[in-house]
Design a protein around this ligand. Sequence first.
Ligand code: XIL
Length: 464
Amino acid sequence: MQKKKAVFTFILMAAFALSLSMSFTAAAREWDLTLPSLKEAFEEYFPIGNILEPGEAADGRTAEMFIHHYNFVTAENAMKPANIARTPGDWDFSFHRLDFLVDWALENDINVVGHTLVWHSQSADWLTKNIDGTPLTRAEARDNMERYINTVAGHFAGRIYSWDVVNEAFLTSVGSLPITPADEGWWRHMLRTERGGNEASPWFAAYANGIDEAAGEHPSDYIYDAFVFARLADPNAILYYNDFNETSAGKREAMAQMTEELNARWLSDPRNDDPGRLLVEGIGMQAHYWTSDLSPVSVELTIMRFAETGARVSITELDIPMGRFGAFEEATEENLRKQANLYRDLFDVFIRHADSIERVTFWGKADHQSWRHQGSPLLFDSNFQVKDSFHQIVALAQWLSPSDAVSDNEPEYNEPDEEGEEIAPPELEIIPENDSGIPWVIIAIAAGVLMLIIGIILINVKKV
Ligand code: XIL
């Protein structure tokens, strides 16, 4: 009898310990909504965005966190051509999912970025290729593009703040610069074809098929067409060109010159009924950087060059994984510190150029959810816990703007001393809460005590 009782008590204690540890794990994997809001911290500079898929918007806690921190949303994958229209005419299901996301965003004062209409990757083959994989003719591809953009941009017209009309049209790396300023049209030769092991653009290939060079046609015309179709389908949306490796000198120049040339061409286009408005109105810097080779100076030069074109600039897909291309590194203490310093230096550049920057969007919420999760690239770790990077940028925003209203229940951030010492991360009391607002710890202890009482009752009932 004594032995049985001992076993029973042991099982009970084990259950208690298990329930406690499970509650702590669950608590650690929750978003902490008591943190300062990113969108409020940067309120006077630029809005802050992040990615969200329709399914995530339906998840209460994620949605609540998103509303707390962000005022711009981009669908990570759902609004790409491959997901919108696998086959011609197959729109309804995706529109239904996307309408949910877009309406949810607008109801919560979150602006929506349409990403993306014309891209070589995650596209739908029928837009640019025959069944056997050969390119459609220029005329066929153009018709499909017009139909696709009319249908998609038309469907969301009035609800999309800006469209990434064309994504990643240039070679991954543009290693040269125009020889002289008169080297007109240089950027056209830097567009994405299979050259140098690049993934080719099927739009470029189709626009080359059946081309009339004597009439001045060029395969690159697909970019201009895409912008014009988008303008006509949704005149309210701001139209962006979006690309990566944008801080390298060659690619930066190619993106800028293309923007300038397309905008000049639009001036004399008979379809232009608002000569004061640019066609390519924004340039998106994807900002997929690395801790090992990110240079805030080249980011700054890029913002300045893009602003010179007259277009707006947005940081559209920011993440800074640890390591370098092809070699992710662990989130060691040293790497975390390096990452936090880089985030701070970047936001210092962004804040100083806030007049040119329309928005800063992160490409991911917590590290484990990132497409580059191996390098822990974001402001929140894989347990949804805040990283030093977060503290550094929020502290910077508040330091640079001491007048910024910080509400009473937000933690106080230290200011640097006169010599401009490193900003110390603030002390934050992190008591995770669940939806009911009762701390998890209390719930865990209550559950354990309850189990203990039930166990004691059971033992006694058995005795009787
Ligand atoms: C990425 C998504 O994050 C991944 O989930 C997907 O598997 C591939 O695409 N440039 C872009 C984004 O414009 O659309 C890409 O998003 C990342 C690179």
